[in-house]
Design a protein around this ligand. Sequence first.
Ligand code: ATP
Ligand code: INS
Length: 381
Amino acid sequence: MLVEQKQPNMGRRGLVVGNYCHDVLIRNDVVLGETLGGAASFVSNVLDGVSIRCDLVSKVGSDFAYSVAHPPIAVPTSPTTLFHAFFDSGSDGEGACDRVLKRVRFCGAIEPSDLPESRFNFGMAVGVAGEILPETLERMLDICEVVFVDIQALIRVFDSSDGTVRLVGLKESGFFHLLPRVGFLKASAEEAPYVDVEEARKWCCVLITNGKEGCTLYWKDGEMQISPFPTVQIDPTGAGDSFLGGFVAGLVQGLAVPDAALLGNLFGSMTVGQIGLPKFELRLLQRVKDEVQRRKMQSMSCCEDSNDDLKFVKPAGHQQFHSSLAAAKLASTAPLQECQWDLRNSPPRAVEQGIPQYTGQQKLLLNPVYEEPIQSVEGTQ
Ligand SMILES: Nc1ncnc2c1ncn2[C@@H]1O[C@H](COP(=O)(O)OP(=O)(O)OP(=O)(O)O)[C@@H](O)[C@H]1O
Ligand SMILES: O[C@H]1[C@H](O)[C@@H](O)[C@H](O)[C@@H](O)[C@H]1O
């Protein structure tokens, strides 16, 4: 049976599920930095930024190195999940390549009993290291009206000797039977072949993100390309997570799906312009909130006759909304985050792992992608 594919009328109470982790960024065998990671941290960073309240369920070990707005469950007997992300250059002839991820430590699964008893307007299943179990997702589907799933939570498997991340098809993942109850499924272009988009779109809305190209929405009887926001890419980590945070924030605030996807693209683009977890300037966030409110009022006044069906036509004024968000981003006074990192004070966890640590001053450009209009990285220092 096909689910009704409706524009969700979402309330504001959300549940985000996925472990925080430690990320070690490595280029050409040298550690460039260590940051707070995990999709839950990127997602909640966006939701907090636009003042959408959420409960967050995440597990870490007693070695967890960061202070966070949403305290995790501390597991005294486990280490915090740790990823090494390898950005070795040159694989595509232009200096850019996909990163190779290794799960070096794993904190453990989030069980259904770790979730709150209460009910939520929306849920986000955003695991990174296999911590979300089928029964955990099932429980989320029971207690949340709409559930957004990042496919990386479902299809990652980890090499038993060195933790290298591999992907398996959604059908083999143990989660496929839950698809008809999922509201939105997000995958990157790299993950898309493991989803079977043609099958998945019969059951839920599928969002495929494609880096600097923006994203595409697939619904049972339509698809739509959503424009990106040109950016100088410094570090691709967390772009997809921030995209999902922005998309959900748009829907929660009453935007139509294509407009919410623009907000996703905006937050994705702002994330790749910074290293690790992005800092959003307060003035920029306020302007984005104002633009969203304006857009919502405009859509309400021009679409009074619309029913709730998700329409695969861009709502009137969509392009103008893109321009307004782009202008808000450009007007931000925040400089591109410092690309020259003095990492001499970085924590020693990577050294423990036997990887030489970066000690000099050198530009940090992880998997860089240059786009026009180019703001010279030199010029930002
Ligand atoms: N270089 C870029 N320029 C502009 N926007 C970008 C760029 N890279 C990513 N984005 C935005 O962020 C979104 C998500 O990016 P991407 O498709 O790379 O996700 P991802 O591979 O899931 O990322 P990650 O796994 O690192 O979180 C894109 O759909 C786009 O809107
Ligand atoms: O912090 C990052 C980020 O959340 C990425 O989206 C995820 O793919 C990585 O595994 C994680 O280490």
